[in-house]
Design a protein. Sequence first.
Length: 253
Amino acid sequence: MVGDTENVSVVENRTKHCPYRLLNILFSNEFATRFGQSGDKPPRADLDTRAVADKSCFWQDVHVAHVTVYPADHSVNALEFSHDFFVGIDPSTVKDHSSKKLFDMWKEMNRYYILAEKKFTASGQHEDNFPNFVDSRGYVVYLRKWLEIKPELNNFVKSGMLDKDQFDTLDENASASASLSSSNTTPSKSKVRELQEKSSILTMLGDIRRQLADVDREIVHADESSLERLEEDRNLLLHERQGLISKLRGHDQ
């Protein structure tokens, strides 16, 4: 992608346009392959500060693309699909979000997609009815339409909040790596794996805690038509949280 990063219009707050612009970038030909690989675990031999830092390089590049002002006809600016949910959406709108905020935005979209997918699959309804399960979150439908174009990313997206999402633990992992390097003893492979799994579970529990807080806020202001769907979202998150807590207790035994 070649663009002009000068004269960028900077607005602090996220708008309704931001998730669509981010999805255009993530599923673009330039980023799609790296996006699908962004959650791959490095081999133990690469578990050092540099390898851990490389985890964030992809999102730093996404940040650059997100704040770049491209020509009007550039694909990042295009509303690639049509749906009533997308009326008034303008992906050419540029906001200066950090790489961390963009990553969090993706995680939020990913989680709501997984929730919608679970409810939709359980319903047994036709594909055309998928939008009925997104609770008016148009970007979830936009994500699904991108997956129809890039089906090779389906498994990655559906794996969602598994241990692949480790951006939040980069600092902790880097510190742990430095500690291991300065130690006179080398932990066993099983111990390293156990520590990684516990770190991932704690990260996912933090994600779920934030998602539950968001859902609870929405429930307070929800009308009757959306309340039932929000309660379903909440119950799914609580069920997922309980499963993770059980896994964490298993590690501590």
